[in-house]
Design a protein around this ligand. Sequence first.
Ligand SMILES: [Zn+2]
Length: 450
Amino acid sequence: MFYFIILREYLVHMKRFLHLLSFAFVLGFTHQAGAQEICGYQAYVDYLDSLNSGIKKNIETTFFEAVKKSHIKNKNTQDTIYTVNVVFHVVYNNETQNVNDSFIYSQLKVLNDAFRRTNPDTVNTRDIFRPVAADARIEFVLPTVDPDGNPSTGIVRTQTSYLTFGSSPANLSRSDLVKSRQVGSAPWDTEKYMNVWICDLSVNGFDGLLGYAYPPTGASNWTGSNSFSTSEKQGVVVHYKVIGENNPESLATGSKTLVHEVGHYLGLRHIWGDGGCGVDDFMDDTPLARRASRGCSIGVNTCTEILGAQFPDMLENYMDYSSDECQNLFTRDQVAQMRINLTTFRSGIYSVKEVNSGPSILPELISFEESKLYPNPALNELNIYIKDADVTGDYSLILYTLLGQECKEIQLEAKDYQVVNGFSELRGMYLYKVKKNEKTALEGKIIFGM
Ligand SMILES: [Zn+2]
């Protein structure tokens, strides 16, 4: 179910990639892999499972429970802004690895922009995906005191005798030594802080693994072996070469790596579901994808949606493996899931910043008995009748697939009767809503093209 890997130039399963990597070393092949990225999420899950069989299943169970809970939304859970305490551990052998504060501040800004959807590249989100792009309302701050109450910058620096924490084949128990007191930097209480370790993950100069993260596991409920000691290891590890948008040494795949890994840390899966078209990521608003994207191949559509409108692969999503320059969104469902995971499994690491006391954002059904859309079934043209339309109202028509994916939004005129075109690409049954001032005024099912 879970894989990952993303290489910008190559797209291969991790084991194949690592095999290739080992093979390359045997041959003394030195490949400058500047634009490659691998995410070690699955490797971590496999690693845990090898220590304690059944953990993988437990993680999946946890995931599905969270998906279910994320669908139970209420006003508070939607509006609240959560502020997460994040501590960065820089574990370095030499000064190059000892990335300076300005790179960390720059990285923190990229992370915050991504989780508040204030990143400047939201302008690159394609129109079809704008309706589902969402502000996660999660912010990350550096603590000003350490766990002992002493003043702190939230950046801890530790010199190590290890030249690198990378290994080939990838061995996360070795990489995890970066979290040890002996050769790394011990975590701050993982139930109170999100710990991020920055270190060298390269192998013989090859930048293969760029980061890995631990998904929430509900570990405290487990009664298995202590050997995997999940609470000690919770957090994110990132290669020092991907820290900082302003870092001239940064790899091209750079600064979105931490965003992706924090997505895993908050329980998201890759958007291609780590499998083919038959495997979903269980988010209703991410289109199916056969595999990880690479590069910025706008328009590629690797899977046919089961019902309704067809969508290209969502390579704007942070949980894809597309190039950083085209990643710019989390979806509403991903946001809902991260928030429920945060409040369920990582409830000690955040504080509540504010609760919006504005009007409810839950839909409010207004009854217009005689309003309607016709004909039904329809072809390219639709007549819309809104009884006693309010000329000052803001009306729109939104179409969804039967899976709930928003697929078309049309601004309507504020008048009783109008004809709308532009449905010729639609085939099959859809759900529709006519909204007035963002509130649902009319809804139902409609068939197009048949
Ligand atoms: Zn990943």
